[in-house]
Design a protein around this ligand. Structure first.
Ligand code: BES
Ligand code: ZN
Ligand code: ZN
Length: 489
């Protein structure tokens, strides 16, 4: 979508569809108030009303989009309004729209513009690569949007819109990766996608294959990948360079392209959505693409452990003892707790960068879905300053996180008699013992673990800018965190 800025008045400019965002219970311009008699429109958050003004104003159609009470308006309200607007435009088959807000938003212009662009781009998304016989109506896309701004704000609005579009492209990349079926989106394929990002976005990419992983001691990834004909990969993607004034931030993602549970096989209904078990990897891909597009002055290293967890006569077994890259040994009691095993190698690998922060994302535990549902990502961390930054980024990006504790008692629960660690700690505190397991591999570097099992996938949309399937969660959060890192320096 092409989004541009103009300094004109929405109601005076001809348009097939003008979208006007308004605040709850605030007076509207006279021409519109007249059209709303009797008025059923109050500007509540999520409320929309389509009007055919019949020449009383320049636009042929006017879509009112409610933002809710002005003092409660956040970037998230604007993002959702952007999504509702683009969906209405699609329904009406209008390719070129105009947009404005009536009154002043209680946010900096670049921030609201970014959220609006994100909502527009994300709200228009469907994963229909495999559908045939789609009608022209279904494939219709909104081509362009003109956003009106006051001249003193127009540069900031323009910058915000451009940033929002770049971030949204990262989110959509992540959604496409998650939505791709397991047979197509193999570890090798993820490696190819990384190499494409090297070409298109100048990332430095290294992909280690099975033989290299065996040779170099990536025992966790190799063990988990053993049961599948689709061989595992370890993917390193580097954006920017190390420099004295540039901290290195490591983003680590779980890339299980399909998780059957392995020999500890999942029941059928739990396996249905397990092509999405690479949501963490997808977020790392999307965030790196966006960081490169935005040209952030940072050194960001993306590390993805990718494997397919399958049952077979070659598969790793309950009772096996795996030696991870760190040299630590892991007693495997349940082959379905595979994420933490492949992540142990990636987290240990991250230490070689002496990172200022390691932020890891994984669809790690079903228990986090029970705890938080689809509305927050579970967070655990070893460094409260880092965790606080991630929390703040979660609020700002609309991708909320909620922190759980990592007390020593939880670490006790994953100690093994015959190895250094065991890969399950029992049903109690399932998300936290998984987090505690990961901590054993990060050394003293500031570390945050984000369990996105509840937020990476939606069976039905939880937000207006969702579509069924992958959400691309984590990309907006990570970019916000990285941008905050830049601003704080
Ligand atoms: N990939 C799953 C976690 C998951 C569950 C993600 C549901 C998304 C939706 C993970 O590998 C897993 O199976 N975890 C087990 C761990 C258990 C065996 C300790 C779980 O949560 O049941
Ligand atoms: Zn599993
Ligand atoms: Zn898994």
């Amino acid at each position: 979508m092409e989004i541009t800025v103009r300094t004109a008045e929405l109601l005076r400019e001809p348009s097939d569809l003008a979208m006007l965002a308004t605040f709850e219970d605030e007076t509207l311009p006279g021409e519109i108030a007249e059209l709303l008699e009797p008025s059923d429109y109050h500007g509540r958050a999520g409320q929309t009303l389509l009007l055919y003004p019949r020449n009383s104003i320049a636009p042929r159609r006017l879509l009112l989009v409610g933002l809710g009470k002005r003092d409660a308006v956040s970037a998230e309200s604007i993002r959702q309004a952007g999504a509702s607007a683009v969906q209405e435009a699609r329904r009406l088959q209008v390719a070129a729209v105009t947009a404005d807000v009536y009154g002043d938003l209680p946010l900096p212009p670049e921030q609201s513009a970014q959220a609006f662009a994100e909502g527009m781009e994300l709200g228009a998304y469907h994963y229909w690569h495999y559908r045939t016989g789609l009608t022209n109506e279904q494939t219709f896309t909104v081509q362009s949007a003109v956003v009106f701004a006051r001249s003193e704000n127009s540069e900031r609005v323009r910058a915000g819109l451009a940033a929002g579009q770049k971030i949204a492209q990262g989110v959509l990349l992540a959604r496409d990766l998650v939505n791709g079926p397991g047979y197509a989106m193999t570890p090798a394929k993820l490696g190819e996608v990384a190499l494409e990002l090297a070409d298109t976005h100048g990332l430095k990419v290294t992909v280690l294959d099975q033989a290299q992983l065996e040779e170099q001691g990536f025992g966790g990834i190799v063990a988990v990948g053993k049961g599948s004909a689709n061989e595992p990969r370890f993917i390193v993607m580097e954006y920017g360079e190390t420099a004295a004034d540039k901290p290195t931030i490591c983003l680590v993602g779980k890339g299980l392209t399909f998780d059957s549970g392995g020999l500890s096989l999942k029941p059928a209904d739990a396996m249905e959505t397990m092509k999405s078990d690479m949501g963490g990897a997808a977020a790392v891909f999307g965030a790196l693409q966006a960081a490169a597009e935005l040209g952030l002055p940072l050194h960001v290293v993306g590390l993805v452990s990718s494997a397919e967890n399958m049952p077979s006569s070659n598969a790793y077994r309950p009772g096996d003892i795996v030696k991870s890259l760190s040299g630590k040994t892991i007693e495997v009691l349940n082959t379905d707790a595979e994420g933490r095993i492949i992540l142990s190698d990636a987290l240990f690998y991250a230490q070689r960068y002496q990172p200022a922060a390691i932020v890891e994302l994984s669809t790690l535990t079903g228990a986090i879905i029970i705890a938080l549902g689809a509305y927050a990502t579970g967070m655990m961390g070893t460094d409260q300053a880092l965790a606080d930054r991630i929390s703040a980024a979660g609020e700002a990006s609309g991708e909320r996180v909620w922190q759980l504790p990592l007390w020593d008692e939880y670490t006790e629960m994953i100690k093994s008699e015959i190895a250094d660690l065991k890969n399950i700690g029992g049903r109690a505190a399932g998300s936290i013992t998984a987090g505690a397991f990961l901590v054993a591999f990060v050394g003293d570097f500031p570390f945050v673990h984000l369990d996105i099992a509840g937020t990476a996938w939606v069976d039905k949309p939880a937000k207006p800018y969702h579509s069924q399937g992958g959400t691309g969660v984590g990309v907006r959060l990570l970019v916000e965190y990285l941008q905050g890192y830049v601003d704080a320096r």
